[in-house]
Write a protein that binds this ligand. Structure first.
Ligand code: F6R
Length: 611
């Protein structure tokens, strides 16, 4: 989604704002803008269609020197990507604002404001905030009070930052539904929608809570909660690496993140496993009691996180004997659902800020779930703060819009969780636990082995780059791995891809099979192998173009129309994680050949903080 950066400092802030925007660009990237009060006390705004680089060039040509400013990178919701719709938006020559989120009642507010004489220059929902603030300021003591009154009239989701040319010593900010974090400096303070934006200027952060309004000056931060009471919010030292925003030796963040998976998986397991067992206490205070009682798991997630939930469902039921349902958050939140006794609500999310998942959590909390747990990658995120238990995936910052290491670390986390539940409930015995833990310990080195197939897959990718469609097939827990593979391919290469449970082929999709559509088969050597081989034959008999990613012991042989990518045998239990790697590499290389924007694919954004 959109990104926000703001600063109040003695020094010129344009470089800080630009650097922050660059670090946030992965979230949304159709236009960008900045507004700064310059040394002549003028509010100067510069906006550009396109990426932050376009804004950067604009600022090089016409620098703006000043110590107070706000900046924004946009992912369009209301109004096409254009300079006019780019933020900051202004009310008159004095007020400038930036906004993340969606104002649902913007049409009625716009009508009211038009009647009051305000003129609108964009198609955005955001513009109403600026004019409303200007209106409220006329009858308020100060900007912060005016923002509080404004916020009370907004419906929807917002993280917003405002400034007033007549008093450039302060920024005011409000948060409801879209995250905002205050960065604390020495004699200067900052605001951003993600701490990543500010890591080059501070490591000390204060996370705003829902309904908070705050005023930020060079020397102070004053926070008011939803009731208007002054409150203090804890200060956190960021653990995120300073260079998390650098690609290092890699060409793309996605590539870097794919190759980081051995270390990300080591991190997610650190301190949670002994040599032979899962340390249940490491899942969190009170986890042991909850896990010993849980009879049902309701997983809620979106996109890639949903696919990891779909995979883990097989484990929850087969290994821990606990029933498990998995649902897309945007569906779950708008239907009537039945809460089963002793049911644990489990949200999965890389960002911890996905609007639908967060809304589903909030709704579910009122409906009598035994407890709400999140498996999440961003500490301090909304899901983490609002859940009873947070199991952090510690994958490190994920910048590529296509999620990779977040997926595999979620799976490893859930394998530990399943084992912990099974163990607490006496459904997994000591030997079974030892076997799972041994497989988990070997996971980082197994994943490193999978990564050595990079060049072979790079060659294979040539076959896919000119195709219009691709079908991915898997059975059992490899069906959701196929779903994830198809999501990756469509997302970054723009090739239409679908995933099917291989046994379902004959019920329709077989009609699609011809020599122009690659069919990718995920073929580990497991109990379903013989069934899968029959499905492969169904495709072969119809002249299909097969690419089988197979265990070296599976007995597949290459022939006309069928290529085999022979992969080393790994333990059954962690094999779904292992087979994810070649799928990620395949989509990456196809996208490279097609020349798409791998890290920032069109129309998408990281952290979908709007509904
Ligand atoms: C796909 C992708 C998205 C996210 C989805 C949920 O590669 O990244 O589908 O998985 O938007 O995001 P989180 O996990 O942050 O809740």
């Amino acid at each position: 989604m959109c990104g926000i950066v703001g600063a109040v400092a003695q020094r010129d802030v344009s470089d800080i704002l630009l650097e922050g925007l660059k670090r946030l660009e992965y979230r949304g990237y159709d236009s960008a803008g900045v507004a700064i009060v310059n040394s002549d006390n003028e509010l100067i705004r510069l906006r550009r269609l396109g990426k932050v680089n376009a804004l950067s060039e604009g600022l090089s040509a016409a620098p703006i020197a000043g110590g107070t400013g706000i900046a924004h990178t946009r992912w369009a919701t209301h109004g096409e990507p254009s300079e006019i719709n780019a933020h900051p938006h202004m009310s008159g020559n004095d007020i400038a604002i930036v906004h993340n989120g969606i104002i649902e009642n913007y049409e009625s507010l716009r009508d009211t404001l038009r009647n009051r004489g305000y003129q609108f220059t964009s198609q955005t929902d955001t513009e109403v905030i600026g004019h409303l603030l200007e209106w409220e300021l006329r009858q308020s003591e100060n900007l912060q009070e005016a923002l509080q009154k404004t916020a009370q009239q907004l419906q929807g989701a917002y993280g917003t930052v405002a400034m007033d040319r007549r008093d450039p010593s302060r920024l005011v900010v409000a948060r409801s539904g879209s995250p905002l974090v205050i960065g604390l400096g020495i004699g200067e303070n900052f605001i951003a929608s993600d701490q990543l934006a500010l890591l080059n200027v501070t490591r000390r952060f204060m996370f705003l809570e829902e309904g908070d309004v705050a005023e930020i000056t060079r020397h102070s931060v004053t926070v008011f909660d939803i009731n208007g009471d002054q409150v203090s919010r804890e200060i956190h030292e960021s653990q995120i690496e300073h260079d998390a925003g650098d690609k290092g030796k890699y060409r793309h963040f996605m590539q870097k993140e794919i190759f980081e998976q051995p270390s990300a998986l080591t991190n997610v397991m650190e301190g949670r496993l002994s040599k032979n067992s899962v340390l249940v206490e490491s899942i969190g205070t009170g986890a042991k009691e909850i896990l010993s009682k849980v009879e049902h798991i309701q997983i809620i997630a979106c996109g890639t996180s949903y696919n990891s939930g779909m995979t883990a469902r097989y484990w929850f039921e087969a290994l821990a004997g606990v029933s498990c349902d998995v649902e897309i958050a945007s569906e779950f939140r708008y239907r009537e659902f039945v809460v089963r006794p002793n049911s644990l609500l489990l949200t999965l999310s890389q960002s911890g800020e996905t609007a639908d998942t967060l809304a589903a959590l909030r709704l579910a909390k009122q409906k009598g779930y035994m407890s709400a747990m999140t498996i999440c990658n961003v500490s301090g995120s909304s899901l983490v703060r609002e859940s009873d238990l947070a199991f952090m995936t510690r994958a490190g910052t994920e910048i590529g819009v296509a999620s990779t290491k977040a997926f595999t670390t979620q799976l490893a986390a859930m394998l530990m969780l399943v084992t912990a539940i099974g163990k607490e409930q006496g459904k997994i015995n000591r030997q079974q636990e030892e076997n799972i833990v041994k497989a988990l310990h070997s996971l980082p080195s197994d994943i490193s082995k999978a990564l050595t197939f990079d060049s072979e897959i790079e060659q294979l990718a040539i076959d896919f780059a000119d195709k219009q469609h691709t079908l991915f097939l898997g059975r059992g827990e490899y069906y959701p791995i196929a779903m994830e593979a198809s999501l990756k391919l469509k997302e970054i290469s723009y090739i239409h891809a679908e995933a099917y449970a291989a046994g379902e082929l004959k019920h329709g999709p077989l009609a699609l099979v011809d020599a122009d559509m690659p069919v990718v088969v995920i073929a580990p050597s497991n109990d379903l192998l013989e069934k899968l081989k029959s499905n492969v034959e169904e495709v072969r008999a119809r002249g299909g173009l097969l690419y089988v990613f197979a265990d070296e012991n599976s007995g597949f042989e290459a022939c006309d129309g069928m290529k085999i990518i022979s992969l080393p045998h790994v333990d059954d239990i962690i094999a779904p994680i292992f087979y994810t790697i070649p799928m990620q590499l395949l989509s990456y290389h196809v996208a490279l050949i097609k020349g798409t924007d791998v890290d920032q694919p069109r129309n998408l954004a990281k952290a979908v903080t709007v509904e």
